[in-house]
Write a protein that binds this ligand. Structure first.
Ligand code: FAD
Length: 413
């Protein structure tokens, strides 16, 4: 069994095969699993990269039938049951799990691919962190850069990624940089959240949206709704309405599309090029191939609803695909996928989170922040990762410190 991708989906699938008589080969282009929900904390110096990236090999020490390879998938021949890699010999499979995730969709916005800062991978988070630190250091030496917008950040997208990033950047600025750079007035460092739709947090109830707007405003984030980004240069963001914002940083949290590899497979694709998964999560015409997580268009067979690209969807769909492969190996029939909805949550900043339960109950503020923290801690790969995150969060909670805000470069002396 070949599993492509070591995200929640791929890991979930591989782990379900632990006690089954198969050889499991998991391949990822990185040698680590990325915990995407906390990437914004790396970008804003709250957590070091090693807390949200965990060695993939380490996760399979206890699974004797599993092997991990670091290699980049270059192509898949569904007819020959073969996967080609850019840097490894091809693998032939009996069963294949497609868990290659998604990639950023810039929707053709001019200059976005060149100048925007996405937040989808660990290198993305480190790049953004280093860029923000570099801009503040540059402005510290040359104050004229401040008037040019060197410290302004435009965050595109009023969903969870955009809101969490805007809130965290605001706290970094208002609680830390205010003391790090006492000669630079904070009012000259704007954080602007731009959302094309009429409201931020469209997936949440009205009371949560109002709460989020207020929490962002309290942190000094300007929220612009009904505005569409038209083009980006390294120092300017132009909106369709004609407004031009001087900003040297644009964080892109506005959209995803499935991994581009799917375009060559001849499979049924849905919105965002997601591979349509059958009720048992196999792909049409290939009962031996399963599509799971962000790469897939997964429908909950209980509610008939298409599921959002979330960690819980990825983990549950990956695990279900693994269980179905186990059934096939044992000569049994596959089962349809039923999603267990545990609710949706997001955080806006310290002590400010929101939760919407499956039946519509909501939670906001400190209690929601505590619940958010414990859920995310529980999802981190190992006890060691959890301990590291707790120490960093507790430290930051008491001291407001961001210990990870140093720049270490390998090309430095
Ligand atoms: C900033 C951010 C915040 C989020 N916050 C939340 C949240 O709070 N709650 C929540 O539930 N969800 C959240 N999500 C969504 C959630 O993280 C994803 O839905 C989930 O991680 C998808 O898992 P996956 O396994 O499908 O894909 P991924 O985790 O993306 O894994 C895909 C893997 O495939 C590998 N890969 C890609 N291309 C290749 C290739 N060509 N060859 C080899 N390997 C390859 C990648 O390296 C990666 O490890 C967030 C996402 C982001 C980006």
């Amino acid at each position: 069994m070949v599993v492509l991708g070591g995200g929640f989906a791929g890991i979930g699938a591989a782990r379900k095969l632990k006690d089954v008589d198969v050889d499991v080969v998991l391949v990822d282009k990185h040698d680590y699993h990325t915990f995407q929900p906390l990437l914004y904390q790396v970008a804003t110096d709250l957590l070091p990269p090693a807390t949200v990236g965990h060695a993939l090999r380490d996760l399979f020490h206890e699974q004797s039938n599993a092997r991990v390879h670091k290699a980049t998938t270059a192509g898949i021949d569904l007819e020959k049951s073969e996967v080609r890699f850019a840097d490894m010999e091809p693998l032939v499979y009996d069963y294949l799990v497609l868990g290659l995730g998604a990639e950023v969709n810039y929707f053709g916005v001019e200059g976005a691919a060149e100048h925007a800062f996405p937040l989808y991978t660990l290198p993305d988070a480190v790049r953004l962190k280093e860029h923000i630190l570099e801009r503040w250091e540059a402005a510290d030496k040359d104050p004229s850069l401040v008037d040019d917008g060197a410290l302004n950040v435009v965050v595109v997208g009023g969903g969870a990624t955009g809101i969490e990033s805007a809130g965290a950047i605001a706290e970094l600025y208002r609680a830390i940089f205010v003391d790090d750079y006492p000669d630079i007035p904070q009012e000259n460092a704007r954080i602007i959240l731009v959302e094309a739709g009429p409201e931020i947090f469209a997936m949440f109830k009205t009371s949560i949206r109002r709460y989020a707007e207020k929490a962002l405003e309290q942190r000094g984030v300007e929220v612009l709704v009904g505005e569409i980004v038209e083009s980006i240069t390294p120092t300017r963001v132009s909106l369709k309405s004609g407004t031009q914002i001087p900003a040297h940083t644009l964080v892109w949290g506005a959209g995803l599309q499935a991994n581009a590899l799917v375009l060559s497979l001849g499979l049924d694709l849905e919105k965002g090029n997601r591979v349509v998964a059958e009720p048992d999560l196999s792909v049409t015409g290939h009962p031996e191939v399963f599509a799971v997580g962000d790469i897939a268009w997964v429908t909950d067979t209980k509610t008939k609803k298409v599921l959002p690209q979330l960690g819980s969807t990825a983990l549950q769909s990956g695990e279900h695909a693994g269980e179905n492969i186990a059934r096939l190996v044992e000569g049994k029939k596959t089962e349809p996928f039923k999603y267990f909805d545990k609710g949706t949550m997001a955080t806006i900043g310290r002590g400010a989170a929101v939760i919407q339960m499956p039946r519509g109950r909501t939670m906001k503020g400190k209690a929601a922040a505590l619940a958010w923290g414990s859920v995310h801690l529980a999802l981190l790969s190992t006890g060691e990762d959890r301990a590291k995150a707790v120490i960093d969060w507790t430290w930051a909670g008491f001291t407001h410190e961001r210990p990870a805000r140093i720049t270490v470069r390998t090309d430095d002396t």
